[in-house]
Design a protein around this ligand. Structure first.
Ligand code: ZN
Length: 352
């Protein structure tokens, strides 16, 4: 294993950032290679601790000569966001300087080649240069995993529709509860940048059966526990074994994916009808019928008609809810996977 430190200049004098990259060299030229990064949204730490728990498994595999394909690991992909503290809270989702989401506006290139990247621009802000660097580090890997988390959530994946159902083995290996299939545009999320070059090729050249690209949502922001870190690390390790990056017959044993897979236009973004305090009646992981009470919003406390119920727009599966207990009108409250296409489908927009 080789460790390198990538340096990234900051936007002002005296400020710079460091990014640790671990690389394991595979022994086989034909084995698939893998890239794993965590905390692109810098406050989302379940993936960071999962990678920390994965590293000893990789070191052991390396010591035993079982690493077949190259593996690149970036345990904390966004030192720029990690340093953005505002009134005591980390702002890891948006770059303060440009107000841009760290998981949007990645360069979308037409072939998996460094020459296809836009030229490095010293005038660009640190977030823009970080995105270029991450695309460069991930480029050419057959398996690209971007580890995030939601607010309060079941473990689930975003997967490009072109890679499904071929990626069922990975969903089974990771043991996630749901898979959202997206097609088209995502606002250039990292995941889209990773698959984009291959979507420009004829399918027989793109090697979709060998390719894995996903945004992994490891539950909620607060789900940073040793038990999840360990089980998620084992899940990541099983993906690598299942796809032949690591030789491990036991870990490669197929596990059936038993969760829900649905196109992104089945996702119901259930929003706050009024500003107020939120009383949830459902949790992530629950199935609901049409018209079920999902939450009550207390908008005018003390008045007899001071609250309003939020009902399920159709039958489905609640997979996320917000972490706060107050909100404004129009803020998202719950995401659920409907049995049918949503009447309000916002297709293509990853929420990662
Ligand atoms: Zn995220």
């Amino acid at each position: 294993m080789k460790k390198t430190i990538e340096k990234l200049a900051g936007d002002t004098e005296g400020v710079s950032y460091e990014l640790t990259v671990f690389r394991f060299k595979g022994t086989s030229k034909t084995a698939p290679s893998a890239y794993i990064q965590a905390a692109l949204h810098a406050g989302e730490l379940p993936g960071v601790v999962a990678v920390h728990a994965l590293m000893p498994l990789l070191r052991k595999a390396e010591a035993e000569g079982r690493i077949l394909g190259d593996i690149t690991i970036v345990p904390a992909a966004n030192p720029v966001g990690r340093a953005q503290f505002l009134f005591g809270e980390v702002e890891g989702r948006f770059h303060l300087g440009t107000r841009t989401n760290f998981n949007r506006d990645f360069p979308l290139i037409d072939r998996p080649n460094k020459n296809a990247l836009p030229p490095a621009n010293p005038m660009a802000t640190a977030d823009v240069r970080l995105k270029r660097l991450l695309v460069e580090l991930s480029m050419g890997h057959d398996i690209v995993l971007d580890l995030h988390c939601d607010f309060e959530s079941v473990p689930y994946l975003y997967v490009p529709a072109q890679l499904w159902p071929a990626m069922q083995d990975c969903a089974g290996a990771m043991g996630v509860d749901a898979v959202i299939l997206w097609d088209g545009a995502s606002g250039a999320a990292f995941e889209e940048a990773a698959i984009h070059p291959y979507l420009q090729m004829p399918p027989e050249q793109a090697g979709f059966d060998r390719r894995v690209v996903t945004t992994v949502e490891y539950r909620g922001l607060g789900d940073v526990y040793e038990k999840y870190a360990k089980s998620d690390a084992e899940g990541l390790y099983r993906v690598l074994a299942t796809r032949g990056v690591i030789a491990d017959e036991k870990a490669a044993k197929p596990r059936k994916f038993t969760g829900i897979a649905a196109p992104i236009d089945h996702v119901e973004m259930v929003d706050m009808p009024r500003a107020g305090a939120i009383l949830f009646h459902v949790e992530p992981g629950q199935h609901v019928r049409k018209g079920a009470r999902l939450a009550t919003i207390v908008h005018t406390p003390g008045e007899p008609d001071g609250s309003v119920d939020v009902l399920a727009p159709q039958a489905g599966y609640v997979f996320t809810r917000v972490v706060g207990r107050s909100g404004r009108a129009g803020d998202n409250l719950i995401k659920m996977i409907g049995e049918k296409r949503s009447a309000d489908a916002r297709s293509g927009a990853l929420e990662a």
